[in-house]
Write a protein that binds this ligand. Structure first.
Ligand SMILES: Cc1cc2nc3c(=O)[nH]c(=O)nc-3n(C[C@H](O)[C@H](O)[C@H](O)COP(=O)(O)OP(=O)(O)OC[C@H]3O[C@@H](n4cnc5c(N)ncnc54)[C@H](O)[C@@H]3O)c2cc1C
Length: 413
């Protein structure tokens, strides 16, 4: 048992990494545990899946992030259990670590909502591993379709939120611009991208104007929209919709929702919506002394009473705020309720097109200006200079000359 840490942080995503960075700056002894040895930038995973950028643009080694922060130790290990009463975590090799404060920032996992066949046949998009698996599957499907007479590489994307819209847009662009360039003639005309959601429109939290713009752009890119239709089954050869329609497809992408992961479900902490932990406005868990839950693992209500969505900006800001409160805990100060600075949201719909609703006032942008804002914001958010340079160079080659800068090697049949 190693008990020399003041704080243990489980998860090196936006929330956990930011909390550890802030605490490290104050000299707090932190143990940061993540199953991966890198931080993954989820907002660009769909671009990895579409072979638009490489893995090295979205994954940053955690040891490199903390190389100069001597009070933070990075441990690569899967956490298998959390004991919130004693603030002890157990890792997959049976080691146990205990501390005065425990920060649970383990993110979420895909929620298949018990849809038959979804877990077995659909490709989720929540991690670097998911994105590379999907990228390989897409390339393999194209290679296979290229070999066969009248072969197809159709994709169904389930979920019309930002992830589903961005993924469908990127894949449709590949079919429109790259497939005719690199595969046999006629293949692009046979390939379809479908976007399905049980809700009546795409991007439901956005304004009607942004939704209309997005629908229009997707249709122009060739995406077939099936809104107001739930998926009742995912099959090896496509999906079945609630009205019995079958959409045949070689690949089904699942962007249909998230829930808390197993260690959270087994933690004994009180679970709320989506299996996430309901936290107090100061980001601690009621009845669990010294336990903070942040980011996608938590249902956060901020100081103004607003229920916050599962977003990178919420996770990052909750990490920063929790670090302040933890420092107060350790130095005899008083915790403050979390105040979220709402910067709005945005979604890209292919090259030169995006929608953005900025700030609390939701200032609306559509088209090239929103696209440039999207690029700027994501470039600024990407952690690490090397990651920024790699993403920028891929975007330049991808968006300017439509050249796939990342060759993906599909698994041979
Ligand atoms: C495809 C996609 C696109 C998105 N696009 C946007 C966007 O454009 N804008 C935006 O604001 N938000 C976006 N989001 C949401 C945003 O990425 C998340 O809200 C944010 O990443 C949550 O941060 P987090 O730190 O809570 O969790 P994560 O970033 O998920 O980090 C959790 C960490 O915990 C680790 N972990 C999990 N379980 C264990 C375990 N048992 N043991 C050890 N380590 C563990 C994981 O490896 C991971 O590193 C997107 C999400 C996805 C999936």
């Amino acid at each position: 048992m190693d008990d020399t840490y003041q704080v243990i942080v489980v998860g090196g995503g936006f929330a956990g990494m930011t909390a550890a960075e802030q605490l490290g700056r104050k000299g707090v002894r932190v143990l940061l545990i993540d199953a991966n040895n890198y931080h993954q930038f989820q907002p660009l995973l769909y671009q990895v899946a579409a072979s638009q950028i490489g893995v090295s643009a979205v994954a940053r080694p955690l040891r490199s992030v903390f190389r100069s922060t001597k009070s933070v130790r990075v441990l690569t290990a899967e956490v298998t259990a959390i004991d919130s009463a004693t603030r002890t975590v157990t890792t997959i090799d049976g080691s146990q670590y205990q501390s005065k404060i425990l920060v649970v920032a383990a993110g979420a996992v895909p929620n298949f909502f018990n849809t038959p066949g979804a877990e077995e046949h659909a490709y989720p998009l929540y991690s670097v591993a998911d994105a590379t698996r999907l990228s390989t599957a897409l390339t393999t499907a194209l290679d296979r379709a290229d070999r066969a007479k009248a072969g197809r590489a159709d994709v169904v994307v389930v979920g019309g939120g930002p992830t589903g819209v961005e993924t469908a847009g990127a894949l449709a662009e590949n079919i429109k611009y790259l497939v005719p360039k690199y595969f046999s003639s006629g293949l692009a005309a046979r390939c379809r991208v479908h976007l399905v959601d049980m809700l009546p429109n795409v991007l439901m939290p956005f304004s009607a104007k942004s939704q209309a713009y997005t629908r229009d752009r997707l249709i122009k890119l060739g995406v077939q929209l099936h809104m107001g239709q739930g998926v009742t089954e995912v099959r090896a050869d496509g999906v079945t919709l609630a009205d019995g329609t079958i959409i045949p497809a070689q690949i089904v992408v699942w962007a249909g929702g998230l829930k808390a992961g197993k260690i959270i479900a087994d933690s004994g902490l009180p679970q709320g919506k989506g299996g996430r932990i309901d936290v107090l406005p100061d980001l601690t868990v009621p009845g669990a002394e010294g336990v903070y839950v942040l980011g996608d693992a938590a249902n956060i209500t901020d100081a103004t009473g607003a229920k916050l969505p599962q977003l990178g900006s919420v996770a990052e800001q909750s990490g920063k705020w929790a670090a302040r409160n933890i420092h107060a805990d350790l130095t005899g100060g008083t915790r403050q309720p979390f105040f979220y600075w709402d910067k709005g949201y945005m979604a890209m719909v292919g090259r030169g097109a995006a929608v953005a609703e900025l700030g609390r006032k939701r200032i609306q942008l559509q088209g090239p200006l929103a696209f440039l804002s999207w690029l700027g914001v994501h470039l600024a958010l990407l952690p690490g200079t090397q990651q920024k340079v790699r993403a920028l160079s891929s975007w330049l080659t991808g968006y300017v000359i439509h050249s796939p800068s990342h060759v993906v090697v599909g698994r041979p049949d």
